[in-house]
Design a protein around this ligand. Structure first.
Ligand code: CMC
Length: 423
């Protein structure tokens, strides 16, 4: 028995069970010993640890985020997105030779089958790029039928590389479709993020080189988004993956969850909110409306962080580098005032509502020229290695089975069918 434990007593039977507390959780197995027909009622899984994981350590009370033990601040300052992707997927930082091989593989899998690219043409000119991305990722599953062999480690790894490599290509193709520009195909001499910027913005310049400051800033933003333990989209990835689905379909499902405005769609909403506020002098009135429950302050609050989101702190610093190149975003002043007012107001203090990753990221994306509906797509590119790392962990975890929660049934008791003409 470990030193920490919890004792539960069933008042109906008088039976007690003492369950060890390990890693901050106690196992439902102990509770099932009291009564195998008894379940926790935990809507939205607020108090449920659905798995054990060695990928991301998130301490929301103290505002700490680590990938495989490495603090996010160090990775943001010293690493690259592809190196972080390697770390998440493989568990360790690569040696120089491993890194070179990894970058080579990702670089040489950036093309997508022309038929997949042609699907994008079929969408309406104003289709949301996230809708296009989700559909094309799902379609990729049919182009790689071997990906269904999820118990083969080599096959698993090649799909992970394909997904990381192809996400920017699909994202940029979706954008080009929405503005009526021809597709710009990947090149092999640029970095992962530089190549993405080229596919987004290049028009008829064979020597196009991305701005290095912007490429570095976007790479950093991808790092910050790379994983965040059991968030809604990652839980979706694990749920769909637990049924034995291939990684393309599982990533499509995860990206669908990310599409929701409460998850990855929030940075788009932040910019819309800042536009709506329009001027620093309107901030106080806006905050009053939030306090009355009429609105939510977008980019504020988090299920796990009850402290300043460390990613928001890093992004805020990066904004200066980006604005030095692009010119400042006039919305920044409103955002800073909003943060100042909110952080000194009892409503937000009592509820421990702080800026999250989305509060400042949209400002940077907008300054870089990304339209608002591409923001969630950028989040999806960054989060792909995290989704895959969780999927890889799941399929190798002997304790995992198909996800199948129970419910508290609150519907009608048995009643007899009444023919329609007698109702
Ligand atoms: N503005 C105003 N009040 C808020 C906000 C907000 N942004 N977020 C939470 N609250 C209030 C909420 O009304 C509740 O108040 P009360 O106790 O009086 O009912 C209290 O704070 C607790 O909130 P909750 O809704 O129980 O918290 P949750 O853990 O279910 O929701 C959240 C977390 C992120 C969905 C929510 O804070 C929110 O909707 N924030 C705005 C959207 C946003 O920024 N989302 C991005 C999250 S970070 C990126 C990611 O991980 O995807």
């Amino acid at each position: 028995m470990s030193e920490e434990s919890i004792t539960l007593t069933d008042n109906r039977s008088g039976k007690s069970v003492t369950v060890p507390i390990e890693h901050g959780v106690f196992s439902s197995q102990g509770v099932r010993e009291l009564d195998p027909g008894l379940f926790f009622y935990d809507p939205a899984f607020k108090s449920t640890a659905s798995c054990s994981s060695s990928i991301t350590d998130l301490d929301g009370v103290n505002g700490i985020l680590r990938f495989r033990g490495y603090p996010i601040e160090q990775l943001a300052e010293k690493s690259t997105f592809l190196e972080v992707a390697y770390l998440l997927i493989n568990g360790e930082l690569p040696t120089p030779a491993q890194y070179e091989e990894w970058v080579h593989h990702v670089t040489y899998h950036t093309y997508i089958h022309e038929n997949t690219a042609d699907f994008i043409k079929g969408f309406r000119y104003d289709a949301h790029p996230m809708g296009m991305l989700v559909s094309v990722v799902a379609a990729l599953s049919t182009f790689y039928p071997e990906s269904k062999q999820i118990h083969d480690p080599q096959i698993r790894m090649i799909q992970a590389i394909r997904l990381i490599a192809k996400m920017p290509t699909m994202a940029a193709f979706a954008y080009r479709h929405s503005v009526g520009l021809p597709r710009e195909y990947p090149v092999n001499h640029l970095t992962y993020t530089g190549n993405f910027l080229r596919m987004m913005w290049n028009v008829a310049d064979p020597n196009y080189e991305p701005n290095p400051v912007l490429a570095k800033a976007l790479d950093l933003l991808f790092i910050l988004h790379a994983d965040h333990e059991q968030n809604c989209s990652t839980t979706t990835m694990r749920t769909v993956g637990s049924a034995g689905a291939d990684p393309f379909i599982s990533v499509a499902a995860a990206a669908s969850a990310l599409y929701g405005p409460l998850h990855g769609g929030a940075n788009e909403k932040v910019i819309r909110m800042l536009h709506e506020i329009g001027d620093v002098k309107n901030v106080a009135a806006y905050v009053d409306k939030v306090k009355k429950g009429e609105l939510k302050l977008q980019g504020f609050g988090h299920r796990v962080y009850k402290n300043y989101d460390p990613r928001a702190r890093i992004i805020k610093k990066t904004a200066d580098d980006v604005f030095a190149v692009t010119g400042t975003n006039p919305l920044l002043e409103i955002a800073l005032k909003l943060e100042e007012v909110a952080l000194s107001d009892d409503y937000f203090i009592e509820r421990k509502l702080y800026p999250n990753v989305d509060f400042y990221s949209g400002l940077i994306y907008e300054a870089m020229g990304f339209p608002m509906d591409m923001f969630t797509v950028l989040f999806a590119i960054g989060r792909t290695p995290g989704w895959l790392a969780h999927w890889l962990e799941l399929v190798q975890d002997p304790e995992q089975k198909i996800y199948r929660p129970r419910q508290a049934y609150i519907g009608p008791d048995k009643r007899d069918y009444v023919p329609i003409d007698q109702r």
